[in-house]
Design a protein around this ligand. Structure first.
Ligand code: NAD
Ligand code: UD1
Length: 342
């Protein structure tokens, strides 16, 4: 079976490609490198020990997508490609709406043109907006608090409309909680541009000495130690969830949302302590004001994915930290690790 992976050289896409190849799927990758590096292609091949076709293509260019479908027999699509930085989406909303929504519309219309109806989509727990209760389960009313989140919510609605229009569609909406960690080989990982916004990439850069200290955004939330609580999930567990979702969409039709999380919430201080143990480094930090738009506590009810996809996250917080640290130490400058001496 041949799978088109959009955004295949990105953080989650690259880990999922390794697992797809290991599970025996043929893959075709598409990425425009707006947030990833060509070097990832060789690293996926090196780990998986298998070859695949890569296209540098943009989902905003429909002709490029058509050309990929003409040249390859595609059975299903895993759609990761999208812009994902919340703060940036507030500054440049048109780019976010255009890239994420128009890109998805182009992709889906080409899929229809070629009679390909199996789709796994990268949604996000951000579609739960602000809720009074945790854990978060799939049937809660949805909302979004920023343009990035609204693109995810709009795409979920668009995909629901597609299924209503044509019941051949078979779609999994995967709502990721907080993906962290890296491939256990230390060869694939998250490679943020500039100063990281998210907690774990920030901590790894503090631990290695690139950044002086972590700012803990608030210690007055109604949580066990006052700091924000999240459901961190190892990127390899998350990738496995895609394989399970793919297996499901290719044998059924319908549209279903699934939470991909561990079901366990950890605080910022839990993360600092565990990362410190895993790295053997102290993580200097100071408590600052809350980050605007943050919520106190978010963690998944992952029981639907366990029941219907036969998927459950296995890796604990310590493994997430160990693997993030190995990636950081082995790749201090991310994928631009090859230093040119002049
Ligand atoms: P990423 O930025 O590492 O990967 C996305 C990839 O898509 C990049 O390689 C980028 O170059 C590519 N891309 C973007 N727009 C494109 C376009 N128009 N045409 C072709 N390629 C394009 O992000 P990630 O962390 O791997 O996330 C993958 C998906 O999961 C995204 O849709 C993201 O919104 C979603 N998601 C991520 C997180 C997270 O914390 N990482 C959480 C929830 C949901
Ligand atoms: C953020 C996004 C969310 C997105 C998710 C992807 C915001 C407001 N939300 O969520 O939409 O889906 O990333 O993974 O950007 N923290 C610190 N110091 C830091 C960084 C973070 O204390 O330097 C705290 C945060 O307050 C939060 C926790 O660490 O309590 C996790 O933060 P982060 O990794 O940014 O993820 P989210 O806030 O869950």
């Amino acid at each position: 079976m041949s799978i088109l992976v959009t955004g295949g050289t990105g953080y989650i896409g690259s880990h999922t490609c390794v697992q797809l190849l290991s599970a025996g799927f043929d893959i075709v990758l598409l990425d425009n490198f707006s947030n990833s590096k060509p070097e990832v292609i060789d690293r996926i091949k090196e780990i998986a020990g298998r070859d695949f076709t890569f296209y540098q293509a943009d989902l905003l260019n429909k002709k490029e997508i058509v050309s990929i479908f003409e040249k390859n027999k595609i059975d299903a699509v895993i759609h990761f490609a999208g812009l994902k930085a919340v703060g940036e989406s507030v500054s440049i909303p048109i780019n976010y709406y255009h890239n994420n929504i128009t890109g998805t519309l182009n992709l889906c219309s080409v899929m229809e043109q070629f009679g390909v109806y199996n789709l796994v989509f990268s949604s996000s727990a951000t579609v739960y907006g602000t809720q009074d209760q945790v854990p978060l389960h799939e049937d809660l009313p949805l909302s979004a608090t920023n343009p990035y989140g609204r693109t995810k919510l709009m795409i979920e609605n668009i995909l629901n409309d597609l299924y209503v229009s044509n019941t051949n569609w078979s779609i999994a909406l995967l709502r990721y909680f907080n993906p962290v960690g890296a491939h256990s080989s230390g060869r694939l990982g998250e490679d943020p541009n500039g100063i990281p916004n998210n907690l774990v990439p920030y901590i790894t850069q503090v631990a290695i000495g690139k950044l002086p200290e972590l700012k803990v955004y608030g210690n007055n939330y109604p949580t066990k130690d006052g700091t924000g609580v999240r459901d961190y999930i190892h990127v390899e567990d998350l990738s496995e969830g895609h394989i399970k979702a793919l297996e499901k969409v290719t044998i059924t039709s319908g549209i279903n949302a699934y939470n991909l999380g561990t079901g366990i919430g950890y605080s910022v201080l839990d993360m600092i302590n565990t990362f410190s143990k895993a790295s053997g480094r102290e993580i200097p930090y100071k408590i600052t004001n809350r980050r605007p738009g943050d919520i106190g506590e978010s963690f998944a009810d992952p029981s639907k994915a366990e029941k219907e996809l036969n998927w459950k996250a296995k890796k604990d917080l310590y493994e997430m930290c160990i693997d993030s640290w190995r990636w950081q130490v082995n790749n201090p400058n991310g994928y631009e690790s090859k230093v040119t001496v002049v």
